[in-house]
Design a protein around this ligand. Structure first.
Ligand SMILES: *Cc1c(COP(=O)(O)O)cnc(C)c1O
Length: 420
């Protein structure tokens, strides 16, 4: 469910014609629907209303301050994976008491910042990290609440790059090592082991991997309890998929029901870390057609958005629906939609039937709200796109398009202006 629609021939975001936004802010441009974002968050949150729970939105999916602030207003917590995300989450008004910190490579500086902020919990991914957090917390006269991220060794049946819960992945700890970690954490004065965490992957479209993971986590918690280690938080991570094409992921309501059934009556607060399912379908990327060409072999539509603006197709071979912003009677042709970057891997769609387009036409790349702008780069010295948030019949620029000055900010020519 989202609020991008055609009341007549023109694509709208909520009550604003997409063309009007583009007239003002140009292309390429990310456009987000606040109503869609809020609806997704609330549907997800409500699915767990019958158990103690905390929804920690996964900041890495879309970290724009306005998006974070909108979620903060709804009571969301945050799952962060860097010091930069901690900074953003706090700036956006997400209370530290609702922030969990995941990731395999936390630096000392990041750990220190998180300890100073007094975040809810560290999701720890190695025994060395555990010891470091313990030592630092002791030194600072604090006690760090920690969960160990266990690797439940379940196959989420998703793209290998976004599968994280298999033994061969770099994430989490195998159960025997995790057990060792909890014993260590119990003894260390700077540590308070309060949770168990897992996150098995992303864009998961079946319930069974989540239920398998939950089962293993529950078994593991029982094992901990036998050793006298009492767990308060059961963090199941994120990963619920969305329909990009013909996938039929479980609706958050059913996902919630299935998990809640396994948790009813248990004394844990459930933590969830959804990212994609909250923002994915709340955003689009709008791009303008520059040229078309027919090489005899293939027909290309060359647009002004490239893999630097939206990396998912190039990175994962992901499918994003592409629609014309203005619907007209046109013949359907099979095309590759490609960007201006000097790489053959720079495409938004391949072998895609699309209504015939001409230079100047606008195309909308759908479901680009998650892992879209956040993965954008300046490759080919391309300023990153503008981001716009729509609320009803209003729209707001929530991130300026970068300028050429932004591109060279911080760069230094050593033999000029007294540097050498
Ligand atoms: C990426 C990530 C998430 C969010 O995943 P989605 O598929 O966007 O829901 C949650 N937790 C952790 C630890 C992650 O790395």
């Amino acid at each position: 469910m989202h609020h991008f629609w055609y009341p007549r021939k023109e694509l709208y975001c909520e009550n604003v014609p997409v063309g009007e936004i583009i007239e003002k802010f140009g292309t390429p441009c990310y456009i987000y629907s606040l109503a869609t974002l809020e609806r997704h968050y609330q549907a997800f949150d409500q699915a767990f209303s019958s158990v103690g729970h905390l929804v920690c939105y996964s900041v890495k999916a879309n970290s724009n301050l306005a998006i974070l602030a909108a979620l903060a207003r709804l009571g969301a917590g945050a799952d962060i994976v860097s010091g930069g995300e901690l900074y953003r989450a706090i700036k956006a008004g997400i209370p530290a008491s609702r922030i969990v910190f995941s990731g395999v490579g936390k630096t000392e500086a990041e750990i220190e910042a998180a300890l100073k902020s007094d975040i809810l919990m560290f999701n720890v991914e190695s025994l060395q990290e555990l010891e470091l957090i313990g030592q630092m917390a002791s030194r600072m006269g604090k006690e760090a609440r920690v969960a160990l991220r266990i690797n439940p060794d379940v196959d989420p049946q998703t793209h290998p790059y976004i599968s994280t819960g298999l033994r061969k992945n770099k994430f989490g700890l195998p159960l025997d090592q995790a057990l060792e970690g909890y014993r260590l954490a119990r003894e260390m004065p700077g540590l308070s082991p309060v949770g168990v965490d897992c996150h098995i992957g992303s864009q998961i479209t079946e319930l069974s991997p989540f239920l398998d993971a939950l089962k293993r986590v529950k078994e593991f918690i029982s094992q901990l309890e036998e050793e006298g280690i009492k767990i308060r938080y059961l963090d199941l991570g994120g990963g619920l998929g969305i329909p990009y094409r013909d996938e039929t992921p479980p609706h958050p309501t059913y996902y919630g029901q299935a998990l809640v059934k396994e948790l009813k009556g248990l004394p844990y607060t459930l933590i969830l870390e959804p990212g994609r399912v909250i923002v994915g379908n709340a955003g689009i990327l709008v791009t303008r057609v520059l040229y078309t060409k027919d090489t005899g072999e293939k027909r290309f539509v060359i647009v002004d958005a490239g893999m630097n603006d939206l990396a998912r197709p190039s990175l994962y071979g992901s499918y994003h629906e592409i629609v014309p912003v203005r619907r007209e009677e046109r013949e359907t042709v099979v095309v590759d939609v490609v960007g201006p970057i000097c790489e053959s891997g720079d495409f938004l769609a391949r072998e895609r039937p699309l209504p015939e387009v001409a230079p100047g036409d606008l195309l909308a790349v759908m479901s680009a709200g998650a892992y879209g702008f956040v993965m954008a780069s300046n490759y080919n010295s391309r300023p990153r796109p503008a981001e716009v948030l729509v609320k009803g019949d209003q729209f707001y620029l929530v991130r300026e398009r970068e300028s050429y000055d932004d591109l060279i900010r911080g760069e230094i020519i050593p033999w000029e202006d007294g540097h050498a």
